[in-house]
Design a protein around this ligand. Structure first.
Ligand SMILES: Nc1nc2c(ncn2[C@@H]2O[C@H](COP(=O)(O)OP(=O)(O)OP(=O)(O)O)[C@@H](O)[C@H]2O)c(=O)[nH]1
Ligand SMILES: [Mg+2]
Length: 473
């Protein structure tokens, strides 16, 4: 029997209308957020009955709405809905859709099914349905009744198996039953852990069910792929800039101002601030590139507040969290981050290191680098950011990229601090460091370098660093 369709098939121009339906609290609004790349869409909570009205939003491709998604309230009483549908007088040739329309016409007799009524209306007004399933739940009667209602609508259905990484997992039982109902186009799609491949599979199911929409959906798949690459590339380039700007920065101090307490109070603090700011600019840029707002990030998951890391860059404990050892010259427990020397700089000047530890460190530098003597002769010293701090900058940005790359816009949990390893430093790290240390004019943090001419060596290093990051996240 042909299925009667209340809505015309989508034309080439009209967006494909998709209703996201399912039991309450299964992740329908979360799926909307992830597909829309919009962590502000609707309301997500662990309480059932969060979404109370149908709410729509479009997925754009080439600035055109290709898909119109409709979030719907959860089906709370599918058993009651099925009973109501079966209680309606039915003619011999009535289709499922006729029955659903009858239900709408008699809605005033079923006041307690007001949420279900909104869903039924949306079923009829859609081209395709995403049926979201919480696979931690066994397939009990209420879900069978939901599927019965969906089958009356006579629309293409894609069952979306959610919570697939959690236990218990009843996906086998679900899959088998869905197959018996002819709902074969199932996908596994974790709505909070984002994987572009999974999203692509979901879009491909739309292609196979709505063949006439194949090309438009393919454009969307291609555009999303290109965007993901672009975000990764731009983020990697931003980190490369950060590392070069901080790594090659050096401040020349005249001997007159270079008394140790003065350096500690003023120059070191200024250098730490400059570095913190540079990290903040980079972090914010990366969060924005991934289409999160600084606020979402703070609320949701990262140890980041308004685009800055909550753990201070120059706190020894932050280094430890990332498994980085503080410079040997730094006094135990001191703030860290600056290096003072004639040219290369491998000792740390901690905030509390201005006394014995620093004197010892200066001595060892003098022994290792004749340059320090040169500094003493010329009356000049230079200050730069120490290597552990640079390593920390690198590891934190690597962690940020790794985490944001797999974070759905519905994720609400804190970022894990274990996703990167301090031994993850690139093989070329020391070579990069040497180049940066030898080229103070590469740093855009120095006021006189802000309009620096493009330097081929700097560009080559920036590309090498960005390429390495691009390949590792
Ligand atoms: N771990 C995990 N949590 C999820 C997933 N999907 C949704 N959640 C969580 O499940 C809860 C319900 O998610 P919602 O998106 O509000 O569910 P809903 O189906 O829209 O709920 P109603 O609007 O009440 O029907 C929230 O706490 C989500 O963070 C998932 O794939 N994995
Ligand atoms: Mg919801």
């Amino acid at each position: 029997m042909p299925t009667e369709n209340t809505s015309p098939r989508p034309s080439a121009q009209a967006p494909i209308r998709i209703a996201i339906v399912g039991h309450t609290n299964v992740g329908k609004t979360s799926l909307m957020r992830t597909l829309l790349r919009d962590s502000r869409f609707g309301e997500v909570s662990n309480h059932p009955g969060t979404t109370r009205h149908v709410e729509a939003a479009s997925i754009l491709c080439r600035d055109q709405a290709v898909i119109e998604l409709h979030d719907t309230p959860g089906l709370e009483d599918s058993i009651g809905l099925r009973s109501a549908l079966e209680s309606l007088p039915a003619g011999r040739d009535d289709t499922g859709q006729t029955r659903l329309r009858q239900f709408i016409a008699h809605a005033d007799e079923f006041a307690e099914l007001d949420q279900e009524l909104k869903v039924v209306r949306q079923l009829l007004a859609s081209d395709l349905l995403f049926y979201v399933i919480d696979v931690r739940e066994p397939l009990v009667g209420k879900y069978r009744d939901e599927l019965y209602v969906l089958s009356l609508a006579g629309k293409a259905v894609i069952p979306v198996l959610n919570f697939i990484h959690q236990f218990p997992n009843h996906s086998m039982q679900w899959r088998e039953y869905l197959g018996q109902l002819n709902f074969h186009a199932q996908v596994q799609y974790d709505t909070v852990v984002f994987r572009l491949e999974d999203e692509k599979r979901l879009f491909q199911k739309i292609q196979s069910l709505l063949g006439e929409q194949y090309d438009r959906v393919q454009q969307l798949i291609d555009e999303r792929h290109a965007q993901a690459l672009q975000i990764r590339r731009a983020s990697a380039a931003a980190v490369a800039e950060l590392i070069i700007n901080v790594g090659s920065y050096r401040k020349t101090l005249s001997a007159a101002t270079a008394t140790l307490p003065e350096i500690e109070k003023n120059e070191v603090i200024a250098l730490q601030d400059l570095t913190r700011q540079a990290e903040q600019v980079c972090t914010r840029q990366i969060i924005k590139l991934h289409r999160f707002a600084p606020d979402d990030v703070r609320e949701a998951f990262l140890p980041v507040q308004d685009g800055s890391w909550k753990l201070d860059l120059f706190d020894v404990n932050t280094l430890r969290t990332f498994g980085v050892e503080a410079s040997s010259g730094a006094a135990k427990g001191a703030a860290v981050g600056a290096v003072l020397d004639g040219l290369t700089g491998f000792i740390s000047l901690g905030a509390a290191a201005a006394t014995g530890a620093l004197a010892g460190a200066l001595f060892s530098t003098g022994a290792r680098y004749g340059r320090d003597l040169q500094a003493a002769v010329t009356g000049k010293r230079t200050l730069c950011v120490d290597e552990p701090t640079l390593r920390l900058l690198w590891l934190r940005q690597l962690q940020l990229l790794t985490d944001l790359g797999s974070r759905g816009h519905a994720m609400q949990v804190q970022m894990q601090m274990t996703s990167v390893d301090a031994s993850d430093l690139p093989k070329a790290w020391n070579s990069w460091l040497r180049q940066m240390r030898a080229n103070a004019n590469w740093s855009e943090l120095a006021p006189d370098n802000r309009k620096r001419a493009a330097d081929p060596g700097r560009s080559a290093l920036a590309s090498a660093i960005a390429e390495h990051l691009f390949a590792s996240v």
